[in-house]
Design a protein around this ligand. Structure first.
Ligand code: SAH
Length: 257
């Protein structure tokens, strides 16, 4: 069934009005007829099964709510990927894939060995808009119940501060961590975390972490985890970690088992 996100101000008790590009898509591309069903999602974990009630002259689509429910595609915990700012447009791929794998938020972090720099406010704003648009498109494609946010680029210290505020369970992917038992230990803690808990995962940029950064994460209660004996590229590392956690979380809930 077709799915769209709507803005909260466009919803009343029984109806939701879809306007703009999505309305154009529903009316002129998909050509949904009056009475046909679609799903409208609030982007905050809640969705409504609706029927097309009518098309108005302003090119908006008026939809009637038949049934409302919590989205079924969200992980029980909020995984935030703190990604060492990579070169060029690599972050775009990372955002897209992290959203597909269930990340709650992606936060770029300027690390000691990040080569890329966010130049100024104006270019950061432009980049953030583009990143958010990629997250939105990926969320729609993968039928997410939320639109994951791409946060403002933080310093390492700020990132750790946020983890403390969120009372997050923290891990740092580190190629020098020995054996995979710490990853198993972390995955177990994530499985046991209460619904809605925040899980923070740190991944270094192309040049990796400086040891002092790994130490800082550890001092803040983070666990350093190995992702196997091979060195992964930065874009592979986060996605591997997210895949493992997603598997652990969803088998735990009996969804994949
Ligand atoms: N310092 C190294 C590797 C950087 S890889 C070098 O330059 O050769 C980029 C990031 O991916 C690392 O900082 C780490 O977070 C993650 N990573 C890559 N391989 C990993 C592995 N085998 N285990 C855990 N993390 C890994």
């Amino acid at each position: 069934m077709y799915r769209f996100y709507y803005e909260s101000e466009n919803k009343t008790d029984k109806n939701i009005v879809v306007a703009g590009e999505d309305a154009h898509h529903i009316k002129n591309v998909l050509r949904l007829k009056i009475g046909e069903k679609l799903i409208l999602c609030d982007g905050n974990g809640y969705e409504h099964l609706c029927t097309v009630a009518d098309y108005d002259t302003q090119n908006a689509v008026n939809c009637e709510i038949i049934e409302s429910r919590e989205s079924e595609t969200e992980l029980p915990v909020k995984i935030v990927l703190y990604q060492g700012l990579p070169k060029k447009d690599k972050l775009e791929l990372i955002i897209q894939k992290a959203v597909e794998l269930g990340a709650f938020e992606i936060v770029p972090v300027a690390m000691k060995r990040s080569i890329a720099k966010i130049e100024d406010d104006k270019s950061e704003k432009k980049k953030m808009q583009r990143w958010q648009e990629i997250a939105r498109a990926a969320a729609k494609q993968s039928e997410r119940g939320i639109i994951p946010q791409v946060g403002k680029c933080l310093t390492f210290k700020q990132a750790l501060q946020r983890c403390t505020e969120d009372k997050a369970l923290i891990c740092v992917a580190y190629e020098n961590a020995r054996g995979m038992s710490s990853l198993a230990e972390f995955a177990q803690a994530v499985k046991e975390a209460p619904k809605g808990a925040t899980i923070a995962v740190f991944v270094g940029p192309e040049g990796g972490f400086e040891e002092s950064e790994v130490e800082m994460v550890k001092e803040n209660g983070g666990l350093s985890v190995s992702l196997g004996k091979r060195i992964l590229r930065t874009e592979t590392a986060g996605l591997t970690l997210l895949s493992i956690l997603m598997y652990e979380l969803e088998t735990n809930n009996g969804m994949l088992s």
